[in-house]
Design a protein around this ligand. Structure first.
Ligand code: NCD
Length: 364
């Protein structure tokens, strides 16, 4: 049993064979015995894993309300150290991982500016990250190159010190932990409306390059009856790979460029900014994005029980006057990020049982 458990699927496949697999085929390689060992793409998550993470996040959130609970949590992972390697700008993702580590007593260290590391002396990023694994027990990383976190997970798996790797945003392709916090937010928002199943979720903005949307659209295929609307200018519409995944899963969806028509339909509106850092020739500058903004005047046409979400940072796509409406949940989303990331870290280190036991004592 122990030997089977140590089985590391990433050790058994050559990089050349692995990296040509599609995201769904790669998913199982990030699990061990059906449990997440790395957190690298949305496709590795199953519905039971998601439900488990959301439950655990709620338990951690409630335990952290008492002094005794905070002391218990801070002792849990005090023997572990985390490296936060962020080679791309980040505010919320970085800070919520940092706060989640502190909550669990896990010591965080950071590299955010690669010009201060030996990469400037010509060291490859691969070697730098292999160095991290000598000192740290988990690597949480954001990188502009799509698939780079997967490459690191594969490389470390083939050394004698493999450690879990968490993708905190990779290129234009994936942001799986943002999708986890979005699912947790949706689940909490629809708690009294029979959960996420059968809800209508509209994504608005730059869906071609918004990695949070790409990861979340996939996770939503695990919730029967959900209908997704992709509302974007034609040149920034969602990628065919995501639509093919929805087709395979038999999910309903609609492509639109008319936000006004979608607002009264939606249970959740997920706004995003234009990702112009990926422009190669200012192509998004010429797109009229005004029609993809949510304004105070639109609130009157939104269902009374709908929610407005945003991964943030925002620019002009949501008028600040919307923030005070109880249906605007984007600031709650930020805080949920800390809870679900704490739940994920606990799961990667197989410490869920201790939380469950403490929670049972607390509530009995
Ligand atoms: C997003 C990202 O980095 O992809 N931000 C985040 O992590 N909350 C969204 C964005 O940058 O637009």
């Amino acid at each position: 049993m122990a030997k089977l458990y140590r089985d590391n699927p990433l050790r058994k496949i050559a990089w050349e064979d692995f990296h040509t697999l599609d995201a769904a085929e790669k998913g199982p390689f990030f699990l061990r015995e059906g449990r997440p060992y790395h957190a690298l793409n949305a496709q590795q998550f199953t519905r039971p894993i998601l439900d488990g993470l959301c439950n655990l996040a709620t338990q951690v959130r409630r335990i952290a309300k008492t002094r005794g609970g905070v002391l218990f949590l801070q002792d849990l992972l005090c023997e572990k150290r985390a490296m936060l390697y962020f080679a791309q700008p980040s505010t919320r993702t970085f800070l919520s991982f940092y706060a989640a580590c502190q909550l669990l007593g896990l010591n965080p260290a950071e590299v955010r500016d690669t010009t201060t590391s030996s990469e400037i002396k010509g060291e490859s990023p691969e070697d730098s990250i292999r160095t991290f694994s000598s000192f740290f027990d988990i690597i949480i990383m954001r990188h502009p190159a799509g698939g780079f976190a997967e490459r690191i997970a594969w490389l470390l798996s083939n050394t004698d010190r493999p450690v879990p790797v968490v993708n905190a945003g990779s290129g234009k392709d994936q942001h799986p932990t943002q999708a986890l916090l979005d699912i947790y937010t949706l689940q909490r928002s629809f708690e009294k409306r029979e959960g996420i199943e059968r809800k209508k979720i509209a994504f608005v903005g730059d869906l071609a390059r918004g990695r949070t949307v790409r990861s979340l659209a996939w996770l939503l295929t695990l919730y029967p009856g959900v209908k997704q609307y992709f509302v974007a200018p034609p040149s920034l519409q969602i990628g065919p790979d995501i639509l093919a995944a929805l087709d395979r899963a038999g999910m309903a969806y609609e492509l639109s460029s008319d936000l006004q028509a979608v607002i009264p339909e939606a249970d959740a509106i997920y706004m995003t900014r234009i990702q112009d850092e990926w422009d190669t020739a200012h192509e998004s500058r010429d797109v009229d994005t005004n029609r993809f903004h949510f304004r105070v005047a639109d609130l009157a046409r939104l269902r009374p029980d709908a929610v407005i979400m945003h991964p943030l940072p925002r620019r002009r796509e949501i008028e600040p006057g919307v923030d005070g409406d109880p249906r605007a949940v984007y600031w709650r989303q930020v805080r949920n990020g800390m809870w679900i990331r704490a739940a994920l870290i606990l799961t990667l280190f197989e410490r869920e049982r201790e939380i469950e036991r403490y929670y049972q004592d607390l509530t009995s």
